[in-house]
Design a binder for this molecule. Sequence first.
Ligand code: GRF
Length: 210
Amino acid sequence: MQSSETPITKIAILISGRGSNMLALAEAVRDGRVPNAQVALVVSDKTDAAGLERARKQGLKTIAIPRLGQTRQEHEREIVSALREHEIDLVCLAGYMRLLSEYFVEAFRRRILNIHPSLLPSFPGLDAHRQTLEHGVKWSGCTVHFVDHTLDGGAIIAQRIVPVLDDDSEETLAARILEQEHLLYPEAVALIVRGNYEVVGRRVLTGKES
Ligand code: GRF
């Protein structure tokens, strides 16, 4: 049971596509793996994102905010004001295909997370799986990090690893990584919601010892 004194962290999840990480997060919030939290809003910049319908089916509040003829800044302002209207505390990017400007990052400073399907700082940006296979690394995985205005470059919160197999295609590798993403994102969000961490330079320290 949630104690009445514990404030609820209101989470917004930003998507552009199918939204499987969004669903994994919503499920983790519902079953208490992310404590004292609520998914208060799902925002998509694409009106036809499959994740929007999937979110609605779960009873989540959704809004589509397409960019249309707007400048990047006008679009971001509209999203930020929707987030403020819903009193959002934490923003989780989950397959959201836009780089955030300094304005957005500052509006939610250290309160925006992203998940990326590689072991950052290797293979940031698009086509992480292709980059992984082309480079020939033997291990890959996924990373949850704070978002700054650089491409997948913010401080790393948590990572999980998977092997890269000889017969992997982009699809098989992506599927193996995605399974881990669905576990990692809730764990990382729970850590941030609990507040048991400290950021020292680029390091997010969680009190884990060797
Ligand atoms: C995931 O692989 C995530 O790491 C990347 O985009 C993909 C989104 O997938 N940022 P989904 O929409 O969560 O299913």
